[in-house]
Ligand binder design. Structure first.
Ligand SMILES: *Cc1c(COP(=O)(O)O)cnc(C)c1O
Length: 418
């Protein structure tokens, strides 16, 4: 044996730590790895919501100017306060209050490294031995992964495709018990692409109140709607049930790499204070890294200066993409899209495998599609629905059309003979 080398190292790769197998990034990286290098066509990624791949989704220069000014001011080179820079929290409170029947204060706002870290903090703050959380199916796998890291048991309630992806409130009640801490809703809803209506959200709030649990409302796509239903923030019902609103700059400003998000308590009865959850959030923030101070410093300018026409331009592109998607997907026999996308950047389609020869499931479909057509889709199983697909439509409309054409020819090539 080599001199000085221990017989066995104390650290070993932990096979149990399989959280990235269920992450969007984990699956995306696997599919990138199996592409056919000889296919000279551009790869079309309808897999991940990163609109920065396309020039039509460039952020507003007002936002980049605000960041440059914050850097050049030399005022934001310090460590920020644990909960975030006061002016940024004040600006977010004001920004969100414009849609609420009451005023938020800076004390309601906690800054995080994107909405991803907001999820991490909120799950860590709520977790305790024996507790469980109710998550939507389909959903956003970051919640499952974080709950697994915190030892929080996950129970899934369904979103019902035939009802425009509404929450199955009966199953929410049936799943809940004395150890349930919260339910999560994502509104506008990814991956389904629907926008929840006011009366339904009110029922969600009343159900949660009856069960004595809080609502975590992931509004990272807030206001990104392009159909008939307007966006209603869950905080509107903050007097019925305590609500955590999660958000970030990433999606609406098309800067996912900037890593600035927030947790906001929408809780007019101060229940989060009284139950000690606010303290837990602060403790969790004390031991994590913060979003860069200069980004925090730029928040007031970004929120106050961004013009409505910037948002409406984005929304018009998304509306066009939704129309193209809904129209062309009708021509793909193995696809069923139960609900035309009206918000977010994603949509779910059901795969009819009985029309395909030799494709065994959604993963197999995505693997073969990537190999043969250089189109990357996300298998539905990643977001909790086997034999469905999650498709990102936040791509340049011409790329979306090209991608759907390739999917159609894949479908025809693999069609089962009658
Ligand atoms: C993208 C996304 C997030 C993560 O947001 P970041 O600000 O990029 O960290 C959280 N929740 C949902 C539903 C998302 O789609």
């Amino acid at each position: 044996m080599e001199k000085g080398v221990p017989k066995k190292w104390g650290f070993q790769g932990n096979k149990e730590l399989n959280v990235s197998a269920i992450s969007v990034r984990g699956v995306f990286n696997k599919l990138l790895g199996i592409l056919n290098k000889d296919d000279k066509r551009p790869v079309i990624r309808l897999c991940r919501a990163d609109p920065t791949d396309f020039s039509c989704f460039k952020t507003t220069p007002l936002a980049s100017d605000a960041v440059a000014a914050a850097v050049q001011s030399f005022q934001f080179n310090c460590y920020p306060p644990t909960v975030g820079v006061l002016e940024a929290r004040r600006a977010i409170a004001k920004h969100l209050s414009s849609d609420l029947p009451y005023q938020l204060t800076p004390d309601d706002v906690f800054l995080t490294g994107g909405c991803t870290q907001a999820i991490e903090i909120i799950i860590s703050a709520l977790a305790r031995p024996g507790a469980n959380i109710l998550l939507p199916r389909p959903g956003y796998p970051q919640y499952e992964a974080r709950a697994a890291c915190s030892g929080l048991e996950v129970r899934h309630f369904d979103l019902i495709p035939e009802k425009g992806w509404e929450v199955d409130l009966e199953s929410v009640s049936a799943l809940s018990d004395d150890n349930t801490v919260a339910m999560v809703i994502i509104n506008p809803c990814t991956p389904c692409g629907n926008v929840f209506k006011y009366p339904h959200l009110e029922k969600v709030a009343e159900t949660a109140r009856k069960l004595g649990i809080c609502v975590i409302s992931d509004e990272v796509y807030g206001h990104l709607t392009f159909g008939g239903n307007p966006f209603v923030p869950m905080g509107v019902f903050g007097s019925i049930v305590p609500v955590f609103t999660l958000g970030s700059l990433g999606k609406r400003w098309n800067v996912p790499g900037w890593r600035l998000g927030w947790i906001v308590t929408c809780d007019t009865n101060a229940i989060f204070q009284k139950t000690g959850i606010v303290d837990n959030i602060k403790k969790c923030l004390d031991i994590t890294t913060d979003p860069p101070t200069f980004l925090q410093g730029a928040v007031p300018q970004i929120l106050e200066k961004t013009k409505e026409d910037y948002f409406s331009k984005n929304i018009n592109i998304m509306r066009e993409a939704a129309n193209i998607f809904y129209d062309r997907s009708q021509d793909i026999p193995c696809f069923t899209c139960p609900h035309k996308p009206e918000g977010t950047m994603t949509v779910m389609v059901k795969l009819n495998l009985s029309l395909l020869e030799g494709i065994i499931d959604d993963v197999d479909f995505c693997v073969n599609l990537a190999k043969e057509e250089s189109v990357i889709l996300l298998p539905g199983v990643t977001v909790g629905l086997k034999n469905w697909l999650r498709i990102t439509i936040a791509v340049e409309p011409s790329a979306l059309e090209d991608g759907l054409r390739r999917i159609k020819s894949f479908n025809l090539r693999h069609a089962k003979m009658p």
